[in-house]
Ligand binder design. Structure first.
Ligand SMILES: NC(=O)c1ccc[n+]([C@@H]2O[C@H](COP(=O)([O-])OP(=O)(O)OC[C@H]3O[C@@H](n4cnc5c(N)ncnc54)[C@H](O)[C@@H]3O)[C@@H](O)[C@H]2O)c1
Ligand SMILES: [Fe+2]
Length: 381
């Protein structure tokens, strides 16, 4: 049996296999009468997406979809989505997909009623207070991958298509009103996406757990999230239709996003510029850079990681944990170096500068400097 539950933390979550059937009712509960389902191009034609539209249609909510969404969505996708939202007279968004569809859907609901440009709401200081909160349309989130946790997050990542920099747009009301976590939707993920997104969830938990800030709640959630990935990611990669394990991965993904309120670190600080410059998959990139970052941080996190290893049933303290990460990656077919993802050495200086500017850099246990960051890129490529 796979788990089924209703949670109210950090938002209303309907968790369990088959619960996509509640999509129309969730819209009505959130006050949405004419939803726009936002997803990416790849998902648009898949049966899970058509099924979601059928559910809306049968309840008289139409079957409007916007799917002009790139893998690392940008402000052009956002503008086109807002135009579709307005042209259709929609009153809410169903953000449906992996992080790309979820983030762009959330940002359409957020930005459609704003007068300032979206970049004015970057996650810097209290810039979010610049937004007109009343103009934000309600959001229902339906994840189809188990990784980013955007379905329970208060941010959306948007790539600037001129500068290729990924910006985090933040507002408390970017948190979806209702989230439907249906593990059956993740069964059809290509293997490489199952691996990449699963490692993203692991990276969120690991970096949150390792960050130096005081946040015991997040610390606890991150620890259990890591255990769930350790025990279940190999199972779903071996058998994609293992619904119980898919459900645990879906929980781990949501837990990672809740936990990383405590902070992220160098894994994400490196992965953001690499993704922006080379359009690599976010989670897969995280998995490749993870071991060199662990090595860099060792002096600050050795004892803490040893405690995590104990909890996760890994012998050997920090070294055991490090070896576990290497073995997990190898078993899942994650490449050892970034070169295998098409990343070259020619833009290391530029990416080093971008990594140091990235908001995640501040959460790294060892202070990131131009020297150690460049050395990290060298080691990873
Ligand atoms: N908001 C956040 O807090 C946050 C956190 C981490 C990452 N992100 C962002 O999320 C994005 C990455 O998201 P992702 O890793 O989920 O990948 P994705 O959304 O880009 O999807 C990857 C591919 O998998 C396909 N796919 C997704 N679900 C599927 C399914 N069930 N069956 C078959 N194919 C499926 C998609 O069509 C796409 O081609 C990046 O843009 C990243 O910046 C956001
Ligand atoms: Fe991530």
């Amino acid at each position: 049996m796979s788990p089924r539950a209703n949670w109210s933390y950090p938002t209303a979550i309907r968790f369990g296999a088959g619960r996509i059937s509640e999509l129309a009712e969730a819209c009505l509960t959130a006050g949405i009468k004419l939803p726009l389902l936002v997803t990416d191009r790849g998902l648009a034609s898949l049966p899970i997406t058509q099924q979601a539209l059928d559910i809306l249609d049968a309840a008289g909510l139409g079957r409007a979809m916007f799917s002009d969404v790139d893998p690392n969505p940008n402000e052009k996708n956002l503008a086109a989505g807002i135009a579709a939202f307005k042209a259709g007279g929609h009153d809410g968004v169903i953000a449906f997909g992996g992080g790309s569809g979820l983030d762009l859907g959330k940002l359409i609901a957020f930005q459609a009623g704003q007068t300032r440009p979206v970049w004015d709401f970057e996650d810097i200081g209290d810039w979010w207070t610049r937004a007109d909160a009343k103009a934000i349309a309600p959001i229902i989130a339906v994840p189809t991958t188990a990784g980013t946790g955007s379905e329970v997050g208060r941010a959306g990542v948007l790539t600037n298509s001129d500068t290729h920099v990924k910006k985090i747009i933040f507002h408390p009301k970017l948190l979806p009103a209702i989230t439907i976590c249906d593990p059956e939707l993740t069964v059809g993920m290509p293997r490489i996406i199952t691996v990449g997104t699963g490692m993203d969830a692991f990276a969120h938990c690991l970096e949150a757990y390792s960050s130096p800030f005081y946040h015991p709640m997040s610390q606890g959630i991150a620890l259990e999230g890591m255990r769930l990935v350790k025990d279940n990611l190999p199972l779903v990669v071996a058998d994609g239709s293992n619904i119980a394990a898919r459900a645990e991965m879906m929980s781990a993904a949501a837990m990672g996003a809740v936990a990383f309120q405590k902070g992220l670190g160098a894994i994400h600080a490196l992965s953001h510029p690499i993704g922006a410059v080379y359009n690599t998959h976010h989670g897969m990139t995280n998995a490749v850079v993870m071991p060199p970052v662990l090595k860099l941080n060792r002096p600050e996190i050795e004892e803490r990681i040893a405690r995590a290893a104990d909890y996760m049933g890994i012998a050997g303290g920090f070294d055991g944990f490090y070896d576990f990460v290497l073995k997990l990656r190898a078993d899942l077919g994650v490449p050892d170096k970034l070169a295998a993802l098409g990343v070259g050495r020619d833009r290391i200086d530029e990416m080093t500068a971008m990594a140091l500017e990235d908001p995640s850099a501040g959460g790294n246990p060892v202070k990131m400097t131009p020297e150690n960051t460049k050395a990290l890129f060298e080691a990873c490529i």
